[in-house]
Design a protein around this ligand. Structure first.
Ligand code: PRP
Ligand code: ZN
Length: 286
């Protein structure tokens, strides 16, 4: 059995650039963007397939690919038998209902008995059913935004990220029905040799993500406040504290999570820290 991992990526679209970047940061090299549909990595046992995003869950289910990067929206809509093995945090977008800008909106019940154009009939159908609204769903595979303008539907349900597509088609977003981001999906039962490669890849992805979510911080602290300051900077195990040449002062080195960043920085300054340096981390290995 071949022990080359086959990974399906979107050929071009909202997921492509960030997907390529992720593998680059994981140190996995391959060529892309040359119009080729397949590329073998020069330094990792992986082969990349460049496909339409909508087709990726099906190829993973069928075993044509072992792994794939897709939007959660596509994974849920296609309802293929694939396993979500990691959330990637990029290509965030939402699936929303939108109507012509000049139309009044008082709530979802406004859509009762109306026509809604979408490429996401399953997600929309489930949502309407949950909310007890019955409307006509018109499935179209692309350019959904023009449907109201040509009299095909009173509303649409489509992916929104910047909102510029809605804007340029005279539509306004009225309700979000699903939030999505890129996910890594896998065929449910991979052979042992492939699973080992997946684990190796996941280890790298997690290190890259952890590095992005954390900053290296160096500061000078008066010894009297060391206890307060180090408590705010637990770091990976504990902060490094070394004496400064100036009597009564220490240098503190640690790692700080992006989520608590500003709040902690304020508390650290209030405790008397000075000369605070914040440095990006390239990789973070636990
Ligand atoms: C979606 C959607 C819109 C656009 C919205 O397409 O159909 O055309 O993105 O983005 P905006 O709010 O930033 O303008 P998607 O990228 O999913 O392409 P696809 O349907 O061809 O896969
Ligand atoms: Zn698509």
């Amino acid at each position: 059995m071949s022990s080359v991992l086959r990974i399906a990526l979107q050929k071009s679209g909202r997921l492509s650039e960030d997907s390529y970047q992720l593998f680059k940061e994981c140190g996995i090299r391959f060529d892309y963007g040359t119009g080729k549909l397949k590329s073998v990595s020069s330094n990792f046992p992986a082969e990349f397939l460049f496909l339409r995003d909508d087709d990726i869950p099906g190829y993973v289910e069928d075993g044509v690919a072992d792994l794939g990067i897709v939007g959660e929206n596509v994974a849920v809509e296609t309802a293929r038998n694939v396993e979500t093995i990691h959330r990637l945090g990029f290509s965030k977008c939402r699936l929303s209902l939108a109507i012509p800008r000049g139309t009044d909106w008082s709530g979802l019940h406004d859509l009762a008995g109306k026509n809604i154009a979408t490429s996401y009939p399953r997600l929309l159908g489930n949502y309407l059913r949950d909310k007890g609204v019955s409307a006509e769903i018109h499935e179209i595979s692309g350019s959904v935004e023009i449907a109201p303008g040509i009299g095909l539907a009173e509303a649409i349900c489509d992916i929104v990220s910047s909102g510029s597509t809605l804007l340029s088609n005279g539509l306004k977003e009225v309700e979000t029905i699903f939030r999505s981001e890129a996910i890594l999906v896998s065929r449910p039962a991979l052979a042992e040799n492939k699973q080992q490669l997946v684990d190796k890849l996941l280890f790298r992805i997690k290190s890259v993500q952890a590095a992005k979510n954390n900053k290296y911080i160096v500061l000078n602290a008066p010894n009297a406040s060391l206890e307060t300051i180090t408590a705010l900077l637990p770091g990976m195990k504990s902060p490094t504290v070394t004496p400064l040449a100036t009597e009564g002062w220490s240098s503190v080195h640690s790692v700080l999570n992006e989520n608590d960043f500003w709040e902690n920085i304020e508390a650290i300054r209030a405790a008397g820290a000075e000369g605070i340096l914040v440095i990006p981390i390239e990789k973070m290995i636990y």
